[in-house]
Design a binder for this molecule. Sequence first.
Ligand SMILES: Nc1nc2c(ncn2[C@@H]2O[C@H](COP(=O)(O)OP(=O)(O)OP(=O)(O)O)[C@@H](O)[C@H]2O)c(=O)[nH]1
Ligand SMILES: [Mg+2]
Length: 302
Amino acid sequence: MTPLGFNDLPLTGWFPGHMLKAGRKMHEIAPLVDLVVELVDARLPLASRNPRFREFLPGKPAMVLANKADLADPAASRRWQRWFEAQGERVFFLDARQPDDPDRLVRYWERVAHEERERRGATLALTRPVRVMIAGVPNVGKSTLVNRLCAEKRAQVGPLPGVTRQNQWIRLRGDVELLDTPGVLWPRIRDKEHELRLALVGSIRDEVIGIELLAEFLWYELSRQPGRVDWSLYDLAACPEYPDELMAAVARRRGLLRPGGGIDPVRTAHALVKDYRDLRLGALTFEFPPEETTPCRPSASL
Ligand SMILES: Nc1nc2c(ncn2[C@@H]2O[C@H](COP(=O)(O)OP(=O)(O)OP(=O)(O)O)[C@@H](O)[C@H]2O)c(=O)[nH]1
Ligand SMILES: [Mg+2]
């Protein structure tokens, strides 16, 4: 009998009611917006892309911002940049907490919105503010970006998915309005590994998955690119062959051994996941570009 793999486990089907409502609202509001900016997680640039956004928002000019680039492997991000460009998509990698040149981003959005107006035959400049919808899966950094681009902090931010519950328009200086939207997943995730990756990057709550399973999956991901991980954190020279060995090393290092030598499995799992999220194990990307495809149209430069 072959051992069970992660994909043999059932999906949780986590799709809280507020996401259904938020998706409908995005669809309703789409006619009012000039441009859709979709935030994805730089560590999972395709797997964190909600395929339904393009159905909700057909025909809208769009750009992809791959956020949390500080947590991703820079070489992998460069490969992704080339891949998106080859698809003719506008993409920009950033750390929303400190974007390099926020004004440049806003000026670029204005330009795209005006070009779109011209393309549709409008001869006059926009007579109302440029409206930009910020969309993306939960916890990807939408509200953080909105706050960075806005002089005063307006949008609520937090480390768990599901912080923003309603659409909120925020006026920037100049003539741009941003719409911060709640994070929206889609009802049918591809498979268990996909769901677990979304959980690792924080788009699905840990308790929905179970912290011990999440920690075991993290070991699996670390074992797939052992050369990029800082194993010295747990006094290890290399990736342990089995997840239990990693857990034992984490428990030893974090003082989570029980009298008699056993480990506290739940606290150890939390410690490992937290070390990863706090960037103590290294900057890692969990998804790599599919095979190179033929370019279809050139992407606009920022
Ligand atoms: N390291 C890192 N952390 C970030 C970045 N952007 C946002 N964060 C953090 O990610 C967490 C989620 O940020 P939010 O802005 O609340 O995310 P959101 O997409 O609005 O989340 P929901 O409203 O729940 O959908 C917060 O703890 C932020 O500080 C980034 O570029 N790098
Ligand atoms: Mg938010």
